[in-house]
Design a protein around this ligand. Structure first.
Ligand code: FAD
Length: 463
């Protein structure tokens, strides 16, 4: 008989879990407090600019096998545009381009890396030394760096100030949402080992060609067709615990009775759903308030002239790390600027934010100089992601209770902050949803990683 599984949260983790629960023959009941799906990776209608805007630009990579699988299940994988070249601003010259060649991984970026004009020979030798060491460390060696900061690794491999500022920092802060010096070294290394060095497909960058919210429209139908339910604009208030198992979820619309619960809400929200008795009964719920957060700032700017020729641009050494050229409407050019690890920006008002972003844009894009945007919208996300700092692995709980310690057997945890080994990303969220659904139903599981290339594998980057 099919069982009812309550899934709290309709972000990527919750949707991924719901689809897999339905596929396993159980009945997912998704409880989502907002009137839309996608959680942090969604869009909103902005009255001021008159556009549907993404909460923030969301980028995936070729190595995001589970997210790509989810998009495939939803039939929206064709709405993602893939880019194999990354453009790095280098004014007054044209941007440097990092493009994979036909050389086997990990040598595929060698040519374009050597041609990067913003790094001198000494910087490049230092970066190559650190990359080579990461390859030789392999995944086991990487694990031994867990709990230490990446700054220590950069010092140990004698990185130059320019290599740190113009290369390591923009990549690490964008992927892990904390500055490279304070990022847990094993996560920073994962970005390079799995995302750049092991094969040529993994570093390709995927960007949705439609507002993010549209990617989730098919999820509604899929869940309902499978006999499940989607309860939007409904808030979970408490997990009902009988001292041994969860019996249901109390919501502001009544009680949802169920055989199991998958919670996919962020840790601070989950803490609010748990009684003290429940938290004492399950060790995974003890440290929920200790998980640190890190902010991201996204700024939408509309110009009435074209200002940017490349689809995106890394701004090395600048406070604004990325610019994305979005599809402009009504003759307008829509640029989205992203600042990760944005602690020092959170207290600023929108005028000051726009002033600083425009200064960075004018540095990178001559056509912006002297130009005022016709409309702007800054979106601050104070609790954008968990902070990928040393010690974070100790705080990230597993989807299922540890049999050695015990816990609540029918409570499964999902969300990008669960122990997936990934930084806080859409891929991490989907992996957590697939893992929780598999633990709950006994079917399915995560999609395998992209296999490393032969040469990369021989050198040390074995799967
Ligand atoms: C500004 C920004 C930029 C980002 N950029 C990228 C990027 O480029 N690439 C990338 O891979 N990742 C990026 N991320 C991270 C990515 O958005 C998240 O990792 C991912 O969306 C998390 O999904 P989730 O399902 O775990 O959590 P969430 O998306 O937070 O979903 C949780 C859901 O639970 C709901 N909820 C909360 N409390 C309750 C309750 N009591 N009852 C019912 N529902 C509740 C929420 O409304 C939400 O919909 C970014 C995040 C932010 C904020």
């Amino acid at each position: 008989m099919s069982r009812s599984v309550a899934i709290i949260g309709g972000g990527l983790a919750g949707l991924a879990a719901a689809l897999r629960v339905a596929e396993a023959g159980d009945r997912p009941i998704v409880i989502e407090t907002r009137g839309k799906l996608g959680g942090r990776a969604t869009s909103f209608e902005d009255a001021r600019t008159g556009h549907v805007l993404d909460n923030c630009q969301h980028v995936l990579m070729g190595c995001c096998t589970n997210l790509i699988d989810l998009y495939g299940r939803l039939g929206v994988d064709g709405l993602v545009a893939w880019h194999d070249t990354t453009f790095w601003a280098n004014p007054p010259l044209d941007p440097d381009r990092l493009t994979p060649s036909w050389w086997p991984a990990p040598l595929h970026f060698t040519g374009s890396f050597l041609r990067m004009r913003q790094l001198d020979l000494q910087d490049k030798v230092a970066i190559a030394r650190a990359m080579w060491r990461m390859i030789r460390l392999g995944r086991h060696g990487r694990a031994s760096w867990s709990g230490r900061d990446f700054g220590a690794y950069l010092r140990q491999t004698r990185q130059t100030p320019a290599a740190i500022e113009r290369f390591w920092e923009p990549v690490v802060v964008s992927a892990c949402n904390v500055p490279s010096a304070s990022c847990d070294a094993s996560y920073a290394m994962k970005v390079f080992q799995d995302g750049f060095l092991q094969d040529a497909w993994s570093p390709c960058m995927g960007i949705s060609t439609v507002p993010l919210a549209r990617l989730y429209d098919p999820a509604r139908e899929a869940i309902v067709q499978a006999g499940g339910e989607l309860r939007e604009s409904t808030s979970a208030i408490a997990l009902n615990f009988d001292g041994r198992r969860i019996t249901g979820v109390t919501t502001d619309e009544g009680v949802v009775e169920c055989a199991a619960v998958i919670s996919s809400v962020p840790p601070d929200r989950l803490a609010k759903l748990c009684s003290d008795t429940l938290r004492r009964a399950d060790a995974r719920l003890k440290e929920l308030e200790s998980i640190p957060f890190s902010p991201i700032l996204g700024v939408h700017l509309f110009f009435d002239h074209p200002v940017m020729d490349t689809p995106h641009l890394v701004l090395p050494g600048r406070a604004t790390q990325w610019l994305f050229r979005k599809s402009g409407e009504q003759g307008r050019e829509h640029i989205h600027a992203v600042i990760s690890g944005a602690d020092s920006w959170m207290a600023l008002d929108e005028d000051e934010i726009v002033r600083r972003v425009l200064a960075d844009m004018a540095w990178a894009l001559p056509r912006v100089r002297g130009l005022d945007p016709v409309a702007v919208r800054a979106v601050k996300e104070k609790r954008a992601t968990f902070g990928c700092v040393p010690g974070i692995d100790r705080l990230r709980p597993k989807a299922v209770p540890d049999p050695m310690v015990g816990g609540v057997p029918n409570l499964f945890l999902a969300g990008d902050w669960i122990a997936t080994g990934w930084p806080a990303t859409m891929e991490g969220a989907v992996r957590s949803g697939y893992t929780a659904a598999a633990a709950c139903t006994g079917r399915g599981g995560v999609v395998p990683d992209v296999p490393p290339g032969r040469v990369a594998s021989l050198l040390g980057l074995r799967a």
